[in-house]
Design a protein around this ligand. Structure first.
Ligand code: PLP
Length: 398
């Protein structure tokens, strides 16, 4: 076995993962790791959660796939649940986050066509965003690392500087503007959270100008910030929202949610998917959503997040030479480092058996499963602290 026959697009850690349970992972050589990556915010309920195992096992014996030319009861049920628990009236199911984003962008443009304003095609994204790897998504995020070499930029996509309110206001007032697309809390880009007040202002501007708001909550949604959806903290709602990652707890599923008004252009035949919304994915999605939406799950996230935040700020005081900033929201935590983040991730993994994710702006991200216990959180902090010590010694020796 080797990576020889895999396209070389990943910089993989030298760690062969075999088995997981809750916030623990075991490699093939039997080493146990504390997992604060959770499949990049995907295993929201940890590994091998009994309710998810049961859901997928039972469904696997009933029906896997039928095609969207038939009614799929599990799909109707999960759509009901998502709409009951959000601003949305309708849902389109996908297999991934980037497809949910793709559907969101298409929905926004079609809305304006249905409104008799087909000239409104402009989609505004922000620097430091990540929306996935399809053409629409890379053009929306406009990160040159992901667009370079893939042909000319797609027409109608524009990038704004995150936090530049004047530029954003001009975008809203552009008569050909269709939508803005934003992660309320950025994930890959370095965990920057848009202030609540700015989100409320965006809602006002959108209502005034007819521009739609698309939220990409693929990473920050599904309980990650301590509310089911990150935008709930601001007391406002988008018109369209992309969800995925923890919706399937590790099983591939995504969803594009929209108000009935915003989705009015999405009529028969304009969009579709073979696998999207298949019975297996829907069974797992129902189990994950009903578990994560429970008030006690969200209360737990807030408790653990509060502890980690406080402890990490303490570490920042003690290791100002290692930790530059602590940011993010809930259990989407970014720690901006002085030493190289990739190197730090390797030290945490090899020396402390602690798994953390990388991120933009030289951050490491802590994205533990939402069910991380307080004891495990203490353990994670201890291991993180020891990694900071290790980093300090390394830097002193260099
Ligand atoms: C992961 C991610 C995506 C892409 O999801 P895929 O399932 O990899 O296509 C899109 N947006 C955000 C914010 C993400 O974190």
């Amino acid at each position: 076995m080797s990576t020889e026959h895999l396209m070389g697009v990943y910089n993989r850690a030298p760690l062969e993962v075999e088995r997981g349970q809750g916030a623990r992972l075991w490699s093939t050589d039997g080493t146990e790791y504390l997992d604060c990556v959770a499949g990049i915010s995907t295993n929201g309920l940890g590994h091998a959660h009994p309710k998810l195992v049961q859901a997928v096992t039972e469904q696997a014996q009933e029906l896997w796939h039928v095609s969207n030319i038939f009614r799929i009861p599990g799909q109707e049920k999960l759509a009901d649940m998502l709409c009951e628990n959000s601003f949305a009236d309708v849902v389109f199911f996908t297999n991934s986050g980037t497809e949910a984003v793709e559907c969101a962008i298409k929905t926004a443009r079609k809305f304006h066509v249905a409104n008799g304003q087909p000239e409104r095609i402009d989609i505004y994204g922000f620097d430091g965003s990540f929306h996935g790897r399809t053409y629409g998504a890379i053009n929306a995020a406009a990160n040159p690392n992901y667009t370079n070499g893939f042909g000319p930029p797609m027409e109608g996509f524009h990038q704004l500087i995150w936090g530049d309110r004047e530029a954003l206001e001009a975008a809203f007032r552009n008569p050909t503007a269709a939508a803005i697309i934003l992660e309320p809390v950025q994930g890959e880009g370095g965990c920057r959270a848009t202030p609540d007040e700015d989100l409320r202002w965006m809602r006002q501007m959108a209502d005034e100008t007819g521009v739609l708001i698309i939220f990409d909550e693929v990473q920050c949604g599904m309980g990650r910030t301590g509310k089911l959806w990150a935008h709930e903290w601001a007391g406002m709602t988008p018109d369209i929202m992309a969800v995925a990652k923890a919706l399937g707890g590790g099983f591939p599923v995504g969803a594009c949610l929209a108000t009935a008004e915003a989705a009015k252009g999405m009529t028969v035949g304009v969009h579709g998917s073979t696998f999207g919304g298949n019975p297996l994915a829907m069974a797992v999605g129902q189990a994950a959503l009903s578990e994560i939406a429970k008030p006690e799950t969200l209360a737990h996230v807030n408790e653990i997040a509060g502890y980690l935040k406080q402890q990490l700020h303490g570490l920042k005081e003690r290791f100002p030479d290692v930790i530059v900033d602590v940011r993010g929201k809930g259990l989407l935590i970014g720690v901006k480092l002085a030493p190289n983040n990739r190197e730090f991730m390797g030290w945490a993994r090899d020396e402390q058996k602690l798994l953390v994710a990388g991120g933009g702006d030289n951050c490491v991200r802590l994205l533990p499963p939402l069910i991380l216990t307080l004891d495990e959180a203490r353990d994670a902090i201890e291991r993180f602290e020891k990694t900071c010590e290790f980093a300090r010694n390394k830097m002193a020796a260099a």
